[in-house]
Design a protein around this ligand. Structure first.
Ligand code: NAD
Ligand code: ZN
Length: 358
């Protein structure tokens, strides 16, 4: 068996108000390449008093992530525009949620790798190291701040640019930044972490390393979403930021499972957003993740979150088949969840039957 050799984030700043250290953190990098920084910032912050301190030479993009998750086309176009305007930047700063984190990570790589990002969707296809990249999460749960992938939707596949160079050089975790997240997104994105841990635990790739991160992350998730004192407040925001990071580390040393395999199918074919898709699916996986789903339902109830059901009655056979095919083509997730004989269990027909539960 090949053991994972994971590249972690080079540096992490954590704490309330730590965002104010952004300028001094990137100052030493400013001498590199064409001596300017690119900022990609979630559009939510456009007219807010977010003090990111860009210099006049820097290029700042506010990006609306709501119409769709990051696409290969979007990355290619941004890369071409920036390079044509000012040449190779010193570095890139991403300030936002999983979508912005992935845009920053993908751009960092695509500034130095020629051609379309569609060429690099997969594991270790990137040829050259990217430029310095720094992530500042403003919504917690996806683990994108720590993961070695930048998930992009392309014409053919929804798949990440995945390699050691994808991992951020630096992240700044400032819990003050997540205070404004709307309650429903606070729930869906936070539950991505919870589901990462449940899936990481329940499968053949779990080990003491992934369990240790996952157990700690689950404990924090329970404090934030379930136990007495649960809810969206500053003390819980401090915890949720750490839970997201640790959940990401747990799955990195293990693997995600059935919910994520189905989620990719749903997102690729119907455009449903990652964390929301996970929640819609996870409620129906009681036979696979009994305890996790039971606890998830308690959290739904506690926060009065109502998820849609009976969606599949509007899906024709063709749609179901296409979703099942996307999911089927994630064998490492099925293998982790169901073990050596996974091919006998996770057939296209079985996967379709799971989609019919939705
Ligand atoms: P997101 O970045 O898509 O943002 C969700 C919503 O929250 C948006 O409307 C955004 O404007 C808003 N928002 C963000 N921060 C806010 C704040 N502080 N206040 C108010 N509103 C705020 O959310 P996400 O769930 O973090 O990310 C989902 C994306 O992450 C998907 O594209 C998915 O594919 C990707 N993802 C990546 C990885 C990875 O390892 N790279 C893992 C899981 C998911
Ligand atoms: Zn996820």
């Amino acid at each position: 068996m090949q053991h994972k050799n994971f590249k972690n984030i080079d540096k992490v700043t954590y704490g309330r108000g730590s965002f104010s250290q952004l300028s001094e953190t990137i100052a030493p990098i400013r001498n590199e390449n064409n001596k300017y920084f690119v900022f990609v910032i979630d559009n939510y912050f456009k007219n807010k008093s977010l003090n990111y301190n860009a210099l006049p030479e820097d290029v700042v993009y506010f990006i609306d992530v709501d119409p769709h998750e990051p696409t290969t086309q979007q990355i290619d176009a941004l890369r071409d525009e920036v390079l044509a305007k000012k040449g190779l930047p010193s570095g890139i700063v991403g300030i936002g949620g999983g979508s912005i984190m992935d845009i920053a990570k993908a751009l960092s790589l695509m500034f130095t790798n020629e051609g379309s990002s569609t060429l690099y969707q997969g594991l270790n296809l990137i040829k050259k190291k990217g430029i310095y990249h720094l992530g500042v999460p403003t919504i917690s749960g996806t683990g994108a701040e720590v993961s070695m992938t930048a998930v992009l939707t392309g014409p053919e596949k929804k798949l990440g640019l995945k390699c050691d160079w994808t991992v951020f050089n630096q992240v700044i975790l400032d819990p003050e930044l997540i205070a404004s997240v709307p309650n429903d997104w606070w729930f869906y994105t936070g539950m991505d972490t919870y589901i990462h841990c449940i899936e990481s635990h329940n499968g053949i790739r779990n080990n003491a390393f992934s369990l240790a991160y996952g157990n700690q992350s689950l404990q924090l998730c329970r404090e934030v979403y379930l136990y007495e004192g649960a809810g969206q407040n500053s003390e819980n925001d401090d915890k949720l930021m750490v839970a997201s990071l640790m959940g990401g580390l747990s799955l990195t040393y293990s693997e995600v499972g059935v919910c994520h395999a189905l989620s990719y199918g749903l997102s690729k074919i119907l455009g449903t957003r990652h964390c929301y898709a996970n929640c819609i699916i996870f409620q129906h996986l009681e036979d696979i993740y009994a305890e996790g789903v039971n606890e998830f339902k308690q959290m739904l109830q506690k926060h009065a979150i109502v998820l849609p059901k009976n969606l599949s009655k509007n899906w024709d056979e063709n749609t179901l088949r296409k979703m099942a095919e996307v999911s089927y083509n994630l064998p490492f997730m099925w293998n982790h969840a169901f073990g050596e004989n996974y091919k006998e269990i996770a057939t296209i027909n079985y996967i379709e039957s799971l989609f019919k539960r939705l």
